[in-house]
Design a protein around this ligand. Structure first.
Ligand code: PRP
Ligand code: URA
Length: 208
């Protein structure tokens, strides 16, 4: 299943990111802001409970602090997934961060796992994050890596997806809900999303 998180503010920010002349700082800012907006949809079904912690409103009413029932792990696929983390943490400060190291072999486009570390949390919701869902290979491998270690409740949050990537992830992992800010047209012969926004990792970290 997948959801396109449609919002005019996201469309405006995404078009800034797609512009080849947008510099790294502005690219990162817009990426994090879109990630914050997307949290509204990705976490909308979470339950809360009234904790033992109490406070008074300025009108003298005593209330219990609301807390999230579900423990959350944000798991960026390295490197580019890091680019969404601040935006998500701003919205969900109690979320813990893990890291999944995955790169695409540029010839075969096959993902290679080189690092995996998630925080030790019981029964978490794991949200795997990456700006780009191209062939879907990296996302599928990241989900495989989580399931292999016993994680069951997994969502995937990306900025831009290609139809083939969405289809591939849905086939491999029908239980994982995919959230996107945009579903683009296609992949080019090098596996880049068209129109896309180029190499997200390079643009976030200024490596090219
Ligand atoms: C990019 C992107 C995804 C992957 C998407 O990472 O951030 O992880 O490619 O492609 P796929 O759906 O075809 O697997 P890349 O391998 O370029 O690594 P980087 O984050 O280090 O730049
Ligand atoms: N990875 C990127 O960074 N960009 C794409 O368009 C496809 C994969």
């Amino acid at each position: 299943m997948h959801t396109i998180v449609k919002h005019p503010l996201i469309d405006v920010k995404l078009s800034i990111m797609r512009d080849e002349n947008t510099k790294s700082k502005e690219f990162r800012e817009n990426l994090n802001e879109i990630a914050s907006f997307m949290c509204f949809e990705v976490f909308k079904d979470l339950q809360t409970y009234d904790s033992d912690e109490t406070y008074f409103t300025p009108t003298g009413v005593k209330l219990h602090k609301k807390k999230l029932t579900q423990k959350i792990i944000i798991a960026p696929i390295l490197r580019a997934g890091i680019g969404l983390c601040d935006g998500i943490k701003n919205m969900v400060p109690t979320a813990r961060i893990g890291h999944i190291g995955m790169y695409r072999n540029e010839e075969t486009l096959e993902p290679v796992e080189y690092y995996f570390k998630l925080p030790d949390v019981e029964n978490p919701l794991v949200v795997i994050v990456d700006p780009m869902l191209a062939t879907g290979g990296s996302a599928i491998a990241a989900i495989d890596a989580c399931k292999k270690r016993g994680y069951k409740n997994i969502r995937l949050m990306c900025l831009v997806g290609a139809p083939i990537g969405v289809t591939n992830v849905e086939k491999a992992h029908p239980d994982v809900h995919i959230y996107l800010a945009a579903l683009d047209e296609k992949l080019n012969e090098k596996g880049y999303i068209i129109p896309g926004l180029g190499d997200a990792g390079d643009r976030i970290f200024g490596t090219k």
